[in-house]
Design a protein around this ligand. Sequence first.
Ligand SMILES: O=P(O)(O)OC[C@H]1O[C@@H](O)[C@H](O)[C@@H](O)[C@@H]1O
Length: 282
Amino acid sequence: MDSLQNVTLKTQSGQTAVVSTYAGHLLSWTNAEGQDYIFMSKNAVFAPPKAIRGGVPVCFPQFSNFGPLAQQHGFVRNKQWRLVESNEWSVTLSYTYDGTEFPDYPHAFELITRMELCDDNLEQTLTVKNTGSSPMPFTAALHTYYTVSDISNVTVEGLKGLEYLDSTDGRKQKYEAAEAVAFPGEVDRIYLKAPEVIKIHDSGAPGGGRTYEVRKRGFPDAVLWNPAEAKAVAMADLGSPEWKRMVCLEPGLVVSDPVKLAAGESWSGAQSLRVHRPGVKL
Ligand SMILES: O=P(O)(O)OC[C@H]1O[C@@H](O)[C@H](O)[C@@H](O)[C@@H]1O
């Protein structure tokens, strides 16, 4: 079916990535043993315009409610994108908006996402072109869901000393004191001016543990999210025990430097993902 067309990328060593033209969405990234680094809920619904629960949804032109739209995370994750080009190891997709469908967002733009799979690295770039005639404000995030063995085995490194907005507590601004951020319950935080490199450690991953290294460019902030039991069971496309198998770390352009893109100008941001496993050369 055209609206759910998938493109598969492959490396010589046997890694694969699957990208959907629906929502410009990365659906999976597996290693040669078939283990998926990217979480996809078993309850995900693949029926446009429903957003897909898992993978890497693109939140644009608004992250969460940081913008004028009523629709959380914007609207491009509910739209069909156009396949621009693809080969064995890369794919480029584009979504064009003429500024008319959403009266609260009267800004024409073209959004382009490009994904490149190398043997130890998956790189995703997001480029926005303001094709309208007035300045275009936006926020954004690459809402990346990682597969984990169990959330109780997970810690996140690189956030110590940052200010964050706690979305579980009225977005109060707080200070991160932990070297290793753990998940004793619901975590929903926007870390402001987060560093370029953040690491997710999963001590229970097959083969003695796994570290996801997330390197971001152009996105100042980072969102960390796991809903925990109570919120997850209220989400029909997540539920229990699925929430225990995921964590989201989202390079975001949320609060620190909201962009106001001049007519005709472009903005670009990227994330580069790498996985380290003890004793395994990817
Ligand atoms: O259910 P959605 O719209 O996909 O959002 C999922 C989550 O996305 C995260 O980025 C937000 O910080 C959470 O607050 C939100 O619950």
